[in-house]
Each structure stands twice: as C-alpha cells, then as structure tokens.
Design a binder for this molecule. Sequence first.
Ligand code: ATR
Length: 267
Amino acid sequence: MEKFCIIGYPVSHSASPKIYNEYFKRINYDGFYGMEEIAPENFENRIDHIFEHYDGFNVTIPHKERVIPHLKMIEEGARIVGAINCVVSKNRKGCNTDWMGFVRSFPKTDWNGIIVLGAGGTARAVIYGLRKIGVSRITLLNRTYTKALSLKKWADSFGMEITAKPLDTLKQVLKYGKILINTTSVGMRGEKFDLSMKDLENLNLIYDVIYFKTPLQEMGKAMGIKVVDGKEMLYNQAVENLKIWDVPLVESLFREIFNDVMGKMRS
Ligand code: ATR
C-alpha cells in the first residue's frame, strides 16, 4: 500500500484525507492518506518517522520551512519561494505545489495590469507562478509596507519587477489595474477591504486565494467581473501532488470528489 499524509499543527481541519482517500477508493488504488499533527517542539523528533512510514506527504503551517534541511533535492520553485508543501520520501525531494496550482488555475487572459495584495508565503508562491507564465511586472500592495519592499528585492532575483506600495493606496492603484489578486487573509472571516463597486470598475479578473465566499468575491460577481476563488488553487495544487507522487490521475473524478468534499465544508 502507498501511504501519504499531511503534517502540520493543527491539521484536524484539513479536508485532504477525505478527498484523497475517497479518490483512492474510487480508482481502486491501494493507497491511504492520513494526518500527522506535529507540534513545533516535536518536529525534529518526528520527521524521520514520517519519511520512514510514508511514501509522500504534504506539509502545512508551521513546518513548510523547517522541513527544508531534511531534504536532499528541492524543486526550483520551492527553493525560490522558500517553502515546501509536498515531499517524496524515497529520494527526499521537496516541491512547492502552491505555485504550480496557481499557474494551473490562473485564467489565460491579457496579463497586463496585475495588482497583488499581500506579502506572505502565499504571495511568494503566486508571484513566482506569475513569473513562470511570463509576467514580468506587477504592483504589490501590503499593509506592512516594509514587507512589500522585501518582496520587491526578493523578486528581482528571478526577473520580476515589483512596484511596491502600502495597502492604503489600493483605491488609486485600482484606477490603472486590470487584474486583482488577493493573497491576504482579508475576507476569511468576512473582513472587507475599504472598497466600493466603483473602485473595481476597471477590473477584468479578481483572483482571491480564500476558499470561501468573501465580500470582495461577492462584489466582483455582482459587477459581472470574472472571479476565481481559492478552491481552484487548492484543487490544482492537489492535482500536482498526485502527479508528483505518481498516483494515476482521473481529473474529472478527482474534481467531482474535491467539489463534493469542499462543498460540505463551511461555504
Ligand atoms: P500566508 O502564508 O498565507 O501568505 P502570512 O505569511 O501570514 O500568510 O501572510 C499574511 C498576509 O496577509 C500578509 O501580507 C499580511 O499583511 P502584513 O504583512 O501587513 O501582516 C496580510 N494580512 C493579514 N491580515 C490582514 C489585514 N487585516 N489587513 C491587511 N492585510 C492583512
């Protein structure tokens, strides 16, 4: 049997075991996907056990960086983004399927005028993904301006030119932007950006990494703007995990199971 799991702290909220186990069952694949909650203070003691007992695993908060010294190979994007979320145990290879999932889910459109909100780990995966599809210039806004400036410096190293601005300039910046990508947690608990419909008038696309409905997504939809939510990035990173682990991929079935499980969660 092929064994996989997710390691993190906490992990009990993760939908991954339900999704993968149901999928394995439906394609008659001899596999199991479990959950391993590892408190930060136990990480060094437990990580070898994970490599020994599982063929592959996903890594979530707060271990995405700590796993790096335990790897022998690191996929280029994961190295640049500085975070690992998918590991193959036999060769100790670490990858970042967040950026891959972003690339798979980002609509193929005119990519001029991209505004990215946020400067955390998700922003790094998104910005690297944008560079990989050929975007070379974006505007980045963050509440903590100094973090936006550090990302600007970071992105220079792989040829992405960032215009960094504080988040409170969003209304002005939106006058020239066409695509708004939110990588912050704003909206997860119903929080709103200080925006009205008028401010979004110029946009062709809103890509919001939050899985569930947010005021930004709702406003965009009400205006007829194309809205892509975080379920797409999550789904597509999961597809990339299956590919990396060499699990047979039946996309239509995997999509159906993903939608079914996610639909039963908070929506
Ligand atoms: P992740 O790995 O999901 O990106 P993170 O590294 O903690 O998480 O980054 C969270 C991002 O959301 C940051 O850009 C953060 O802004 P700061 O750098 O100023 O902290 C942003 N964020 C979180 N809560 C926010 C809020 N209420 N308003 C604006 N930005 C917020």
